[in-house]
Design a protein around this ligand. Structure first.
Ligand code: SF4
Length: 276
């Protein structure tokens, strides 16, 4: 069942360098992929968190984009109901920042339209659309029904693997996760180490729903077209429901299963971060 726009294939490109080039902290990165690299990334993240973790979101975004990871960092965005806040913060620093967007082939048409509207409004010039590998979909999900039988594998094919490829050329990425979203996100650090020895920056980690709403109003940011229909966290069509007023924002994601994350945030994936 492919009831809305379905596209596959494609990837992105950007310059890859090493953590060692971070300005001024003397960090020297071990070989990528090694256990030593993973341990070094944890130490690096801890150091960065101590130095920058208490900065306000706008200042943190600025120092990460302009100094610490200049030219080596991307924002991963789902263009969901709250995404415009972080996109706006990034656009104010550099609208040419690479924005990685996962088009799973199962997204709402309104999400695609919202992506284009926000990009135009904020002047974003480098949105990179990451899509699943066509051969893998043909082999494992030819009818687009894999989500029914094995949602984890479906997310692996449609989200985790494309994002792994998309992030290969970056040393750090920015995510929009917040602690108030609950689950494992309650313990979210502002700066943390991810799989693949990449550093993840979570500038909105401590933000509240009120702060998000205030920012939208102050900056007159556009709203996602599904929000008025009760959707507060938006992913793929088959796995996203609207929520009731008394429910958490993510209660409508994989509502009828125990699954709570798509895998790009999970410990088991090669990539764990934002945009889910
Ligand atoms: S959210 Fe659902 S449809 Fe989308 S990739 Fe995951 S299991 Fe598949």
């Amino acid at each position: 069942m492919l009831d809305e726009k379905t596209e596959v294939g494609g990837s992105c490109g950007a310059r890859r360098s090493t953590l060692a080039s971070e300005a001024g902290n003397g960090f020297v990165a071990p070989a990528a992929g090694s256990r030593l690299a993973a341990e070094a990334a944890v130490d690096h993240a801890r150091m960065l968190n101590g130095r920058y973790g208490d900065l306000p979101a706008a200042a943190l975004v600025g120092v990460m984009l302009r100094q610490v990871f200049r030219g080596r960092i991307a924002l991963v965005s789902s263009f969901g109901t709250e995404s415009a806040v972080l996109l706006d913060l990034v656009a104010q620093v550099d609208p040419a920042t690479p924005i990685l967007f996962l088009d799973t082939g199962r997204l709402f048409e309104k999400t695609l339209r919202y992506r284009d509207a926000v990009a135009e409004r904020l002047g974003l010039t480098d949105i990179r659309v990451l899509r699943p590998d066509a051969w893998s979909l043909d082999a494992e999900d030819p009818r687009g029904e894999l989500w029914r039988a094995d949602a984890d594998r479906c997310c692996q094919l449609r989200k985790v693997l494309p994002l792994t490829r998309g992030l290969a050329r970056f040393d750090a990425w920015i995510t929009g996760r917040k602690r108030f979203q609950g689950g494992e996100r309650r313990r979210l650090a502002t700066i943390e180490a991810g799989a693949g020895s990449r550093i993840k920056i979570n500038p909105l980690a401590s933000w509240t729903p009120t702060e998000i709403a205030t920012y939208f109003a102050d900056r007159n940011l556009p709203r996602h077209g599904l929000e008025a229909d009760g959707y507060r966290s938006i992913g793929c069509i088959p796995c996203t429901d609207p929520v009731n007023a008394w429910e958490g924002a993510r209660a409508g994601r994989w509502r009828h299963s125990h699954k709570t994350e798509c895998g790009i945030h999970g410990r088991s994936s090669d990539v764990d971060g934002g945009g889910c």
